[in-house]
Design a protein around this ligand. Structure first.
Ligand SMILES: Cc1cc2nc3c(=O)[nH]c(=O)nc-3n(C[C@H](O)[C@H](O)[C@H](O)COP(=O)(O)OP(=O)(O)OC[C@H]3O[C@@H](n4cnc5c(N)ncnc54)[C@H](O)[C@@H]3O)c2cc1C
Length: 460
């Protein structure tokens, strides 16, 4: 059967689109989740699509042979969403990467799914427009993957996540139909909101082949502050007071002591490694409002014992500060053979309890943790270097991870704010989504994908 499937794919798709070699299939069977160390399943075949017609052909053939299709952007999701659990076709979108239309009057951009988020931001900014969602790895993560995971990032504190910017999509369904999920307009109150249904569905309901995104005007001015503290209580109190005074920076991000020292150890960006923690605060808007917010924020930081406040004086300096924060996972990866990153979120009022609790859990289980996070949202990413081949360490990590989820849930939070569920968090979904809602989700999956060929075994 597999031989027939591959031969049909080869016949119907342009030359060079189908990869069948074991090394190639292996290379595309992993993502940025920890599952890579445990997974023994590999894809049956990898297909690089370039057009919607290519996608339709693949879906037709997959249906004929009841073979799973696992869409793949850059493979950077951290929850095992791209793992071919039972083999199947990896549908690789990296060559479907064109900007189709930029409409500066409507302030929209139409793109193919393999365009990176960084590219969308760049094109928007060249035209004095702005696409705010900014997963830390935006230079590589694709819009298709970001839609599927409802990716967010630091700026989502002020601007919201991917779902807030999707106004329309073309989606190929499991049965090979093309459906349009929205309209050309930035508002649309007609019928069920299919955009929202597909965003965050992790490639399990349909295949996004085109997306129209809303853009907003580019802020006139952007400045980044980095403030260091000796006590975590001061750090969190600063966050609470900034928001309490209704100041809305575009980001309020966080690095703990381990994150600061690990990044500095490997990337030397001049971080102060003797401090307990730091906040990275980006303020944007018109020139006067940025100055005013900066002044007010600095007052609050000083009142809360900030020991050092640095400002970016130009874009390059702002980039340097962000580079340090965005390098944290890469730095952690240098400490041990493996690195895990998690994503838990609580109502902001419980943030301090979450941070301290996670630090305590990691200490208890003898794990190094670098905590970073979008603390304005109440979200943190514990990044934990682990040697998966060390059985005791790996077992300790697994127990600690469950304890972190339990802690977040006990504080009124949930197990993912932006990374999704995939395979990694599937065992825990019933702890945060009640059975009635879960049942409806399963029924929705059956309506869209009765043969269970789209990214099966993910989410629930
Ligand atoms: C270092 C690092 C930092 C990160 N920082 C952040 C962060 O700050 N915020 C955040 O939210 N996330 C973050 N992530 C997670 C990750 O970046 C996002 O999930 C990312 O947007 C996924 O994009 P991708 O192209 O890699 O998708 P992939 O990993 O390739 O795919 C993700 C999911 O999308 C599906 N998919 C891909 N293309 C399509 C399509 N065309 N149609 C339907 N389904 C599709 C896949 O099947 C899969 O289920 C980070 C990851 C790393 C490794």
């Amino acid at each position: 059967m597999l031989t027939k499937l591959k031969s049909e794919l080869n016949k119907k798709l342009p030359r060079g689109s189908v990869l069948d070699d074991i090394a190639e299939r292996y290379a595309y069977s992993f993502d940025a989740s920890e599952i890579q160390a445990k997974c023994s399943n590999i894809a049956d075949v990898v297909v690089f699509v370039q057009t919607i017609d290519d996608v339709l052909e693949v879906v037709k053939i997959a249906n004929k042979y009841k073979t799973p299709i696992i869409c793949r952007g850059a493979g950077t999701n951290t929850v095992g969403s791209c793992i071919p659990v039972n083999g199947g076709i990896i549908l690789n979108f990296s060559k479907m990467n064109k900007i189709l239309e930029l409409n500066t009057q409507n302030m929209t951009i139409k793109v193919q799914p393999g365009v990176t988020v960084g590219e969308i931001q760049k094109i928007a900014e060249q035209n004095n427009l702005f696409y705010p969602p900014d997963p830390s790895n935006l230079k590589v993560s694709t819009i298709g993957g970001s839609i599927a995971q409802n990716s967010a990032g630091a700026r989502c504190f002020k601007y919201g996540s991917t779902k807030n910017y999707i106004i329309d999509m073309l989606v190929v369904t499991a049965s090979g139909e093309i459906i349009r999920t929205g309209s050309n307009t930035v508002k649309n109150a007609v019928g069920y909101d299919l955009n929202s249904l597909f965003v965050g569905s992790e490639g399990t309901l349909g295949i996004v082949v085109e997306a129209t995104l809303k853009l907003i005007p580019k802020p006139q001015e952007t400045q980044v502050l980095m403030a260091y503290f000796n006590d975590i209580n001061d750090t969190i109190e600063s966050v609470n007071q900034i928001i309490g005074q209704k100041i809305f920076p575009s980001t309020i991000d966080f690095m703990d002591r381990n994150a600061l020292s690990t990044v500095e150890q490997f990337y030397h960006t001049g971080l102060m490694t003797d401090k307990d923690s730091a906040l990275l605060i980006e303020i944007d808007g018109d020139y006067e409002s940025v100055l005013k917010s900066k002044y007010n924020i600095c007052q609050i930081l000083n009142l809360n014992n900030a020991v050092n406040i640095q400002y970016s004086k130009n874009e390059q300096e702002a980039d340097e500060i962000w580079k340090a924060r965005r390098s944290s996972m890469a730095a952690c990866a240098k400490l041990k053979p493996n690195v895990t990153t998690d994503d838990i979120i609580v109502p902001r009022e419980n943030l301090a309890k979450l941070i301290k609790g996670v630090q305590k859990i990691c200490e208890e289980y003898n794990l190094t943790s670098c905590l970073v996070g979008h603390v304005g949202d109440g979200s943190i990413h514990p990044q934990i270097p682990v040697d998966f081949s060390n059985k005791n360490e790996y077992e300790a990590y697994k127990v600690a991870k469950v304890k972190m989820y339990e802690l977040a849930i006990s504080l009124g939070g949930t197990i993912s704010g932006e990374h999704g569920v995939g395979l990694e968090k599937k065992p825990y979904i019933s702890k945060v989504v009640e059975s009635g809602a879960l049942n409806y989700m399963r029924q929705i999956k059956k309506v869209f994908d009765p043969n269970n060929i789209l990214n099966p075994y993910k989410i629930f």
